[in-house]
Design a protein around this ligand. Structure first.
Ligand SMILES: [Zn+2]
Ligand SMILES: [Zn+2]
Ligand SMILES: [Zn+2]
Length: 261
């Protein structure tokens, strides 16, 4: 299945520019240095679209990518930069009147329901309740069919949390992880054509993989094309792109590409 991928957002939790910061990247005129919170859209030639994560700019991201209907959402984890655009699913539901299904790790379902309780209970408010269904990924590792696509997931550590790493055929998306386990790397080695993975910055970080650590993962997985996302304001698109190997690039908002079958 050839997939069309759009980077809806390539930024870390603060977004770039960072509020109150006057560094060169935050003041840059290069649109590739403006980063909304990390998210992607995966469009299948069967007509279905799956969005991974709904950060604070979710509504703007859908408008910019020309996505007017959406029925399938995946959450990698529930940090604010990945799910606080959840409320915009209401608007999507009210215009399409089609149920929206969200997949996430089973232990996170009660937490999402608690944060957005008004979307799941009758509040008596006239606007009514959207039809949003929460469905669980496998506990540790497994395959789920979403919008006629087989998606394999496993967990990766992210500080005291974890994140669901995803593989859609020959495309993989991994954001907000510190490492991927040796066993998981071995299982996916040679299976991935294109991988979008978070890299944050060059300096190491306690809960995120650095760019060097992500480059090592691309190498061990033997990906043909690696794209680094979830970048902070230490990364200047033009300057830092030059430091990468030829098959690796930095993500930027609006980047679109096709992953061959
Ligand atoms: Zn994040
Ligand atoms: Zn800055
Ligand atoms: Zn996170």
């Amino acid at each position: 299945m050839p997939l069309n991928i759009t980077i809806l957002g390539s930024g870390t939790s603060t977004g770039v520019p960072v509020l109150g910061c006057s560094c060169g990247v935050c003041k840059s005129k290069d649109p590739k240095n403006e980063r909304w919170r990390a998210s992607i859209a995966v469009r299948h030639n069967n007509g279905h679209t799956v969005v991974v994560d709904t950060g604070p700019e979710f509504r703007l991201q859908l408008l910019r990518a020309n996505i007017s209907t959406l029925q399938h959402v995946i959450y990698t984890h529930l940090h604010a930069d990945h799910c606080h655009g959840f409320d915009d699913l209401r608007g999507l539901y009210f215009s399409s009147e089609k149920p929206i299904t969200c997949w996430l790790h089973p232990t996170l379902i009660p937490e999402l329901k608690q944060r957005f309780h008004y979307a799941f209970e009758d509040t008596g408010y006239l606007g009514g309740r959207p039809d949003i269904r929460l469905l669980p990924f496998p506990q540790e590792h497994g395959t789920t069919t979403i919008a006629d696509m087989e998606i394999e997931t496993f967990l990766a550590p992210h500080g005291n949390a974890f994140t669901n790493v995803l593989r859609f055929g020959r495309f993989a998306y991994a954001t907000d992880f510190k490492t991927l386990s040796d066993a998981n790397i071995k299982a996916w080695r040679g299976k991935i054509h294109t991988m979008v993975a978070s890299g944050l910055r060059w300096r190491s970080h306690k809960t995120h993989s650095s760019i060097d650590e992500t480059l090592e993962i691309f190498k061990r997985l033997d990906v043909e094309r690696g794209i680094i996302t979830h970048l902070n304001h230490e990364i200047d698109f033009e300057v830092d792109s030059r430091k990468l190997p030829s098959h690796v690039e930095l993500a930027f908002d609006g980047l679109e590409f096709v992953v061959p079958e």
